[in-house]
Design a protein around this ligand. Structure first.
Ligand SMILES: Cc1ncc(COP(=O)(O)O)c(C=O)c1O
Length: 381
């Protein structure tokens, strides 16, 4: 039986079980508990922010973030188009309308010039968006300075979706720490995981206090159950926070391992005709959460889908780069600014197996399989 090589799977450190055991031993299973608070504080330390609230998912964190900056039904929210649907779904949960912004080629993230132009245009119309959701894609920070400057100019709240980019840097600081609110994900495929979970961070204490309040059913301080607002059941459990504490200890090792995967791929495949790798923008360090490459089918001799299918036959899991949200049927009715760059990256981009627990043998198998497609070639339709 051939061992499957998967895209990105959990990588436990061994210490997590001690924290989980402690939660069991002290019966801090629910509702909250000491690991939760400790995880939040340790996370703040790693990211360089003052306050954090741990919740059940990155999507929940983003839902709260949008509500906390005042997004309401009928508002517009600008959002990166090249991303996972979870970046925009909570905009629609609130009855607001996403407007999708295209990527630049240097970082594959939101193009700051397009954002600036779109904000200028909306300002002239007197119809500014309520917020901008900038995504830090595949472990690489977007170019924050001009994006933040454009938002500040019109006093539009910046929310950073750093779900995929824990451990990355932008000019020495963590993405997620620049905007009014940042969010992270600890989903099973992320660089560290709590099996499922997320974090909302901010330097403004009242935002995080309100996030905790809303995430625990918005209970007013009263002995009976009293509610003046609609809340959510979004708080992370103390047991899962324990897993997060163990995972956080090895974040830097996980970044190094993923960067090493990328280097192995780049050195072995980067010179093949028609292959290019996701660039690392000069302003920071990418974690290479996923190692992504593009394939020019006319030069390489096979297109992205053909390569993906051949690798799948060899039990190697790869994924196309995100299908831009403006091309998704669920978001088809919303406006888009640009879109060609994201469309091109989707058409030719492939994410390679990227887990921090890949062995040298695994990497050699992936490299060998792709090199073989190149040398043997396949008949293009
Ligand atoms: C860019 C992005 N945003 C948001 C999310 C949502 O995070 P979660 O799965 O924890 O809800 C994810 C990943 O799952 C993501 O990749």
């Amino acid at each position: 039986m051939i061992k499957p090589i998967l895209l990105s799977i959990p990588h436990m450190n061994g210490e997590e079980i001690e924290y989980v055991k402690e939660a069991f031993d002290t019966n801090w299973i629910a509702p909250v508990g000491p690991h939760l608070e400790a995880f939040e504080q340790e996370f703040c330390h790693v990211i360089g922010v003052n306050h954090a609230a741990a919740v059940v998912s990155g999507t929940a964190a983003l839902h709260l973030a949008l509500q906390l900056v005042g997004v309401e039904s009928g508002d517009e929210v600008f959002c990166s188009t090249l991303t996972f649907a979870a970046s925009a779904n909570p905009i629609v949960y609130l009855g607001a309308k996403p407007v999708f912004i295209d990527s630049d080629r240097t970082s594959w993230n939101m193009n700051p010039e397009l954002l600036q132009a779109a904000l200028d245009k909306r300002a002239r119309l007197g119809k500014l968006p309520k917020a901008v959701v900038v995504v830090h894609l595949y472990g690489q920070s977007a170019d924050i300075d001009p994006i933040l400057a454009a938002c500040n100019r019109y006093e539009v709240a910046l929310i950073e979706d750093a779900a995929e980019s824990l451990g990355a840097t932008y000019k020495g600081r963590s993405p997620g720490s620049f905007g009014k609110i940042g969010i992270f994900s600890f989903n099973g495929n992320k660089i560290i995981t709590t099996s499922g979970g997320g974090m909302l961070v901010s330097n403004e204490p009242e935002i995080v206090i309100k996030a905790r309040f809303l995430s625990t059913q918005a209970r007013d301080p009263a002995p009976h159950y009293q509610h003046s607002e609609i809340g959510y059941n979004y708080r992370l459990s103390n047991v899962l926070a324990g897993i997060g504490r163990g995972q956080l200890q090895v974040l830097e090792q996980r970044v190094q391992a993923r960067r090493r995967n990328f280097e192995v791929y780049r050195q072995a495949l980067g010179e093949l005709p028609g292959i290019s790798f996701m660039p690392e923008a000069s302003y920071g360090r990418a974690t290479r959460w996923l190692s992504c490459m593009t394939i020019n089918p006319h030069i390489f001799g096979a297109d992205r889908e053909q390569v993906r299918k051949i690798l799948a036959q060899q039990h190697i899991e790869t994924r196309p780069v995100w299908k831009p949200l403006h091309l998704q049927p669920a978001f088809a009715q919303y406006e888009t600014v640009g879109g060609e760059v994201a469309e091109e990256l989707f058409a030719c981009g492939l994410c390679l197996p990227s887990g921090s627990n890949l062995t040298n043998e695994d990497l050699e198998r992936v490299v060998g399989a792709i090199a073989k497609i190149c040398s043997v070639g396949i008949k293009m339709n």
